[in-house]
Design a protein around this ligand. Structure first.
Ligand code: SAM
Length: 482
């Protein structure tokens, strides 16, 4: 068996630590093998708990790798530094800590490449930033100082600070950007529907998701990917030149991922937020993606495009609409008869704690939003020890905090509501994702007759046993009944 097959098998059985060990062994013989490097990253994202102790050089090369998304490496990188270095050993001696970080290539790379994705490290670094501001010792630590300024750009100014620090910023203009990074001015959204208007307004100010580069995947036509979920052949997707609509494309992360994965298919993307579309355009240019059509368009008006699509994907959008099923229906209006719809929506069960927080911050949510208000909310959440959503990548950028905790409008789903919508629209499930490999393997063993996880009642029972399973979102593919 090849190394890649072994890793894949271990991973699909949910044996993530073993898959990581196998990938690390394979890398010893073939350190530049991109697929194996990606397997390592995937294991880190899927929660490999151990195994990176001796891997400082590998972590450094992964976080600087232009073909790997740094967000996928950042939490593991910081955890490595906390557990395997003396970087944070002297919390009361900031000068010593600054000296160690100044000469630590991995710490500097992690600060520069992505928002720090680890609460304990962020706390130590926030205190260090304060010391650099108050002591004025920045010229002694030029790499750390520059990296903290870059870090603020990456996190959008998410780290909390106090009034004393704010007062000192005016007198220390060289370091102000480590606190308050330059930002685009907030645009104005004009939509007649009040929900659409306030949602668009949010994204005019805080385009989401914030991202820089992606982990590259092996290319394949979207038709082959869909065939894996559709052995019955309900869908008919052309092998080349399939038309894909991205409804609510945000800042283009999904668009670029689709373009890299499906280079021969046609991609059209729409969104209501001008600022998000601008961000998407910039990232496309930087990543060499030039052949995507972007439109500023409310998805309820998608028929105005005057065309229909083989595949429509809408991720993280329907639950922000004034009437999600009405938006769903509008999208089906431009789906070809044998096309496929890919949906990701919030789960009510997984968002229960977020719903409680939203109630706690209802007063703040009624206020005009600002970076200061978001930072303050984040500071209050940081004070709630062990709030699990603090591990979400969204928690580490200001735009992510707005999206995760303070969204202007959200209406999460449950599996019952998804089932009712599928029935109403005459759709059949092709596949309902189970995100954690170990749980997916257990489900498949318990339901050998449901290899594509289409039994929504069984999925509902599974979720009750694992209430955070759909912490990211429900994800499913569906097509019209034959
Ligand atoms: C959470 S973001 C998701 C972005 C992207 N799909 C992704 O997964 O990275 C939601 C996006 O949906 C867009 N959106 C919300 N309501 C919309 C509508 N009625 N029509 C089109 N886009 C909409 C927002 O502007 C925002 O960019």
């Amino acid at each position: 068996m090849s190394a890649r097959e072994e890793i894949k098998q271990l991973w699909s059985r949910g044996r993530i630590d073993d898959a990581l060990a196998s990938a690390l062994r394979a890398l010893e013989d073939d350190p530049d093998n991109h697929e194996i490097r990606v397997s390592v990253v995937r294991c880190l994202v899927d929660g490999a708990a151990s195994g990176m102790a001796g891997q400082r050089d590998l972590l450094l090369s992964l976080v600087r790798d232009p073909a790997i998304e740094p967000t996928n490496v950042s939490p593991a990188g910081w955890r490595f530094l906390r557990e395997n270095s003396d970087l944070f050993d002297t919390p009361n001696d900031s000068e010593a800590m600054a000296g160690r970080i100044e000469s630590d290539a991995l710490a500097i790379a992690l600060l520069e490449e992505d928002a720090v994705g680890d609460i304990a490290s962020e706390r130590a670094l926030t205190a260090l930033r304060r010391w650099l501001l108050v002591s004025g010792r920045r010229t002694d630590f030029p790499k750390l100082t520059a990296a903290l300024i870059t870090q603020a750009l990456r996190n959008g100014g998410a780290w909390p600070f106090d009034d004393e620090e704010r007062a000192l910023l005016a007198a220390n203009p060289d370091f102000a950007a480590a606190y308050l990074p330059p930002r685009e001015t907030i645009g104005t959204a004009q939509y007649s529907d009040p929900v659409t208007r306030s949602v668009a307004q949010q994204y005019e100010g805080w385009p989401y998701p914030q991202w820089r580069r992606l982990t590259s995947n092996s290319p394949e036509p979207i038709a082959s990917r869909i065939r894996r979920y559709d052995p019955e052949g309900r869908a008919a997707i052309p092998e080349r030149g399939a038309t894909i609509l991205v409804a609510g494309c945000g800042t283009g992360r999904q668009v670029v991922a689709l373009r890299q994965r499906h280079p021969d298919d046609v991609i059209v993307a729409i969104d209501i937020s001008e600022a998000s579309l601008r961000y998407a355009g910039k990232r496309c240019a930087e990543t060499g993606v030039h052949d995507v059509e972007f439109h500023k368009l409310d998805l309820h008006d998608v028929a105005k495009l005057g065309r229909s699509f083989d595949v429509i994907t809408t991720t993280g959008v329907l639950h922000h609409l004034p009437d999600p099923e009405a938006g769903w229906a509008a999208l089906l209006g431009v789906l070809k008869p044998r096309g496929v719809l890919h949906v990701m929506v919030y789960s009510k069960i997984a968002r229960m704690r977020i719903a409680a927080l939203r109630r706690m911050f209802a007063g703040e949510r009624a206020l005009p939003m600002s970076d200061d208000l978001l930072r303050d909310i984040r500071r209050k959440v940081l004070a709630l020890e062990n709030f699990p959503e603090m591990r979400s990548r969204d928690f580490f950028t200001l735009a992510g905090v707005h999206d995760l905790l303070m969204h202007r409008h959200e209406e999460p789903f449950d599996t019952g509501r998804i089932g009712r919508a599928l029935d109403r629209f005459g759709l059949a499930l092709l596949n309902f994702e189970i995100p954690r490999p170990k749980i997916r393997a257990e489900y498949r063993a318990a339901h050998p007759d449901d290899p594509h996880q289409r039994d929504l009642k069984a999925i509902a029972r599974l979720e009750l046993g694992h209430p955070t399973l759909y912490g990211t979102m429900y994800e499913f593919w569906c097509a019209r009944h034959a």
